[in-house]
Design a protein around this ligand. Structure first.
Ligand code: GLY
Length: 357
């Protein structure tokens, strides 16, 4: 089902589109994507996400088995975290930049129609994933940023709101109190105890027809330099889908992922015949190979967190990271659960990292 831009903006769009996101001041309406010629059958429908997507994968999976489009379903899945003020890595309640302003990034890809949308540095709109989809659905562009992305969202009917919760404001004040005249952004104290997050939620899905989509949404690195854009809104880095091959996405230190276009690279490795796990392990190795010295310990191991997730056309899936311990969320016919990510190094080999609490 498609609706016109005029219908989308009008109050009647909610009823026309028919699928409402969880209620909130910024709640918005999902626009079901146009059906396309069915692809070859997948082995099985499955939805995967970063571990914070455990509620979302269930919602998305249930929508998919009831016939919803894969992108509509996973956006409904990530909306749960975007609208949850307790998740300080995304949307409402996300940790702010160094000025105390919440700036959000998101991107999505719809495999069957080969389309993508993205927003960067978006302020005041709790559901950047839906704004990214609106860019995809209603413009001839892929990415909008900053004040103009905000204006676009408001023009499209999204409701602006203050995204800085009292909890995140208090964390920001505690972080700010530690700053001094010698801070240069690169030299972090080793004993920072203030919450820091490279949080984010990535979600990927395949349905029984073999159609695939991906979405990633985030408030980015906590206390970032205003205007900083991470990997999440970068198509090919924070997420990527090729409907003939699979999808991949990431959470964690976006700068390290941007350096290797990780999601695209994972899909390319799968195209070459690698399993999702093999593809992601190769991407992790590439990330480390492309890391500058200050980001590695004396043994060449990363001093940052970065986790990748992938599904392929058969419905096989994996998560992967540098150090043992990360989990990811899965939902399929066996229900929603978390599973361990593949890893390069055992827990004991993990060095202390600058932002460890
Ligand atoms: N991966 C999220 C970010 O770096 O902003």
């Amino acid at each position: 089902m498609t609706i016109s831009r005029r219908e989308f903006i009008s109050a009647g769009a909610t009823a026309a589109a028919g699928i409402a996101v969880a209620s909130s001041a910024s709640a918005h309406t999902l626009v079901p994507s146009a059906p396309v010629v069915p692809a070859a059958p997948a082995a099985r429908p499955v939805v995967i996400a970063s571990a914070n997507g455990i509620r979302g994968v269930k919602t998305a999976y249930e929508m998919i088995v009831q016939g919803a489009d894969t992108l509509d379903a996973i956006i409904a899945g990530v909306n749960i975290q975007e609208l949850d003020p307790e998740d300080q890595s995304v949307g409402l309640g996300g940790l702010p930049n160094e000025n105390g302003v919440v700036q959000l990034d998101a991107s999505c890809m719809h495999g069957p129609t080969k389309r993508a949308g993205a927003v960067g540095c978006l302020e005041d709109i709790a559901t950047p994933s839906l704004v990214a989809k609106a860019v995809m659905d209603y413009t001839n562009h892929i990415m909008l940023v900053g004040a103009d992305a905000r204006k676009f969202a408001i023009d499209m009917g999204f409701k602006p709101q203050n995204l800085l919760t009292e909890k995140s404001r208090q964390d920001w004040l505690r972080w700010k109190a530690r700053q001094n005249a010698n801070d240069n952004w690169l030299d972090h104290d080793d004993d920072i105890r203030i919450k820091f997050t490279t949080g984010t939620i990535n979600m990927n899905a395949i349905n029984a027809q073999g159609d695939i989509s991906s979405v990633t949404t985030t408030s980015g690195i906590a206390w970032k330099v205003p205007g900083r854009v991470g990997d999440s809104p970068i198509v090919g880095a924070g997420q990527y889908t090729d409907n003939e091959v699979g999808a991949a996405g990431s959470t964690g230190r976006g700068e390290s992922n941007i350096m290797v276009c990780g999601a695209f690279l994972a899909v390319e490795f799968m195209r070459q015949g690698k399993s999702p796990e093999e593809a992601l392990m190769l991407v992790m190795k590439r990330v480390i190979e492309h890391s500058e010295k200050r980001l590695l310990d004396p043994n060449g191991r990363p001093l940052f967190g970065l986790t990748f997730y992938a599904i392929n056309k058969k419905g096989e899936y994996a998560g992967a990271c540098a150090y043992e311990g990360d989990m990811f969320a899965v939902c399929d016919a066996r229900g929603a659960r978390v599973e361990p990510c593949a890893y390069l190094y055992r827990k004991e080999e993990r060095p202390r990292m600058p932002n460890d609490a």
